[in-house]
Ligand binder design. Structure first.
Ligand SMILES: Nc1nc2c(ncn2[C@@H]2O[C@H](COP(=O)(O)OP(=O)(O)OP(=O)(O)O)[C@@H](O)[C@H]2O)c(=O)[nH]1
Ligand SMILES: [Zn+2]
Length: 188
């Protein structure tokens, strides 16, 4: 859990917000809403101030240096512009250089960066940079496809529009073949 979260402040702000939108904060259905929202924030923003390196330091000897892919890691995040959800799948590939991490640790790294106010491209780069820095593989590629609620339920209102972002590091930057085989596998 995020120790920096000040639940009292959030609850006070939610009461003000409810008043701001013209709600009656004393009506029964809303009485517990400020505390519900402050508890929810502990979950949604648990990644703020968290350091993903703790998940990537415990490594195992790689049986070989072939590409490892963890695909279809579901994530939910919140866009920093509108505080509306964006969600989808993260696919990660890396080429080890003598060591691998436990598979769950890639998904844990995704959680650290998804559980905060984000923009998709930044989250994509942060995941790639952390894997590069802490696992020191020969290369890494992160591919994210997501739907942004700020594009669907408000503003331009285009449900179904998908945002794709990717980040390449090391051998994935130089080898089109590696990029192609990763993309073929995640699309397969
Ligand atoms: N690049 C990028 N843009 C995002 C992301 N999430 C939301 N946005 C966009 O952020 C932009 C914010 O634009 P602004 O013009 O400041 O805000 P706005 O008037 O509410 O924009 P509209 O959505 O066009 O109504 C919008 O175009 C959103 O679609 C993201 O993860 N990456
Ligand atoms: Zn947005």
């Amino acid at each position: 859990m995020n120790n920096k979260i000040d639940k009292n402040k959030i609850e006070e702000a939610v009461r003000l917000f409810l008043e701001g939108i013209g709600e009656d904060v004393t009506r029964e259905g809303l009485l517990d809403t400020p505390t519900r929202i402050s508890s929810m924030c502990e979950e949604l923003f648990a990644g703020i101030g968290q350091d993903a390196s703790c998940h990537l330091t415990k490594t195992f000897s790689a049986p070989n240096n072939e590409m490892v892919i963890e695909k279809d890691i579901t994530f939910y995040s919140v866009c920093e512009h509108h505080f509306l959800p964006f969600y989808g799948k993260v696919h990660i590939a890396y080429v080890p250089d003598g060591k691998v991490v436990g598979l769950s640790k890639l998904a844990r790294t995704v959680e650290v960066y998804a559980r905060r106010a984000q923009i998709q491209e930044q989250m994509t780069s942060q995941i790639a940079d952390d894997i590069m820095e802490h696992l020191q593989p020969r290369g890494v590629m992160v591919y994210i496809e997501a739907e942004h609620m700020c594009m669907t339920m408000r503003g331009i209102k285009k449900p179904g529009a998908t945002t794709v972002s990717f980040a390449t590091r090391g051998e994935f930057q130089t080898s089109e073949e590696l990029r192609k085989s990763f993309l073929e596998i995640i699309k397969g």
